[in-house]
Design a protein around this ligand. Structure first.
Ligand SMILES: Nc1ncnc2c1ncn2[C@@H]1O[C@H](COP(=O)(O)OP(=O)(O)OP(=O)(O)O)[C@@H](O)[C@H]1O
Ligand SMILES: O=P(O)(O)OC[C@H]1O[C@H](OP(=O)(O)OP(=O)(O)O)[C@H](O)[C@@H]1O
Length: 217
């Protein structure tokens, strides 16, 4: 049997998920000392590729990988149709609407909102019946209301440190975020027993990590 190909989001997700993969009995030797390498096949059952979050879905939708491990922020933004089959306890954070202390959510002028997540932002404001202008930026989102690019931002908050250190406050809480394992629909039929075993082992490792407080719930 061919190894199952798994696209893993590099960066934060990778750092939090590799210990869980290891605890579930997968050899992650290469992933732990990776340097600039992008493909890892230390465990004969799996080929891991390291990619940016949005690209996980490009690989998954094309069928070139069978499984993706990615934040629900990315899935929500791309309105993905693949199966989310496992919720992990890592990557937990939340979307918020935030701005400076003098921001007036009831302002008469059409608001300008800066974000890395234009679709999530659009859906949120449509949901509350408000028409806003959305400016897409790629990072350091908290700068936008401080420099006058936008009236407010929609972004992810975990500890709240970035908001605090930039004197921003939360004006609305949007949806929570966590890391998910998603499976290509066709692959699920082709590799069902192997995928089920992987999911079951990973779920056990995740629960164990929460129980032993290696990760907080
Ligand atoms: N502050 C955070 N706390 C917890 N999880 C986060 C946080 N920021 C992002 N995440 C989650 O981790 C995933 C990867 O984030 P990461 O910051 O590593 O990559 P990124 O957002 O593409 O940033 P960069 O462009 O700097 O690589 C996100 O899609 C999200 O699910
Ligand atoms: O509440 P906190 O724990 O401070 O985390 C929130 C920050 O983390 C993310 O940014 P990231 O580190 O990915 O940097 P970026 O500005 O390059 O997107 C997010 O966009 C916030 O800026």
């Amino acid at each position: 049997m061919e190894p199952i190909k798994i696209a893993l989001t590099k960066g934060r997700t990778e750092q939090q998920v590799v210990p869980l993969l290891e605890a579930s009995g997968i050899n992650c030797q290469g992933l732990k000392n990776k340097g600039r390498k992008l493909i890892f096949n230390d465990d004969p059952r799996y080929d891991f590729i390291l990619v940016k979050g949005p690209d996980v879905l490009t690989y998954l939708n094309s069928g070139t990988v069978q499984i993706g491990i990615v934040g629900s922020d990315v899935l929500d933004e791309q309105e993905n149709s693949q199966y989310a089959m496992l919720n992990l306890s890592v990557g937990k954070c939340r979307f918020v609407l935030a701005s400076t202390a003098d921001f007036n959510p009831q302002q008469q002028r059409r608001k300008i909102i800066a974000t890395k997540y234009p679709n999530i932002t659009k859906r949120y404001f449509e949901g509350i019946g408000e028409d806003v202008e959305i400016i897409k930026i790629e990072g350091s989102v908290e700068l936008a209301p401080l420099i006058g690019l936008a009236d407010a931002i929609v972004d992810i908050v975990e500890t709240g440190n970035t908001l605090r250190e930039n004197n921003l406050r939360v004006y609305a809480k949007l949806q929570p975020v966590n890391t998910k394992l998603v499976v290509n629909r066709l692959a699920l039929r082709q590799y069902q027993p192997q995928i089920k075993t992987l999911i079951s082992n990973l779920q056990t490792a995740d629960r164990q990590a929460v129980k032993s407080k290696l990760i907080r719930e």
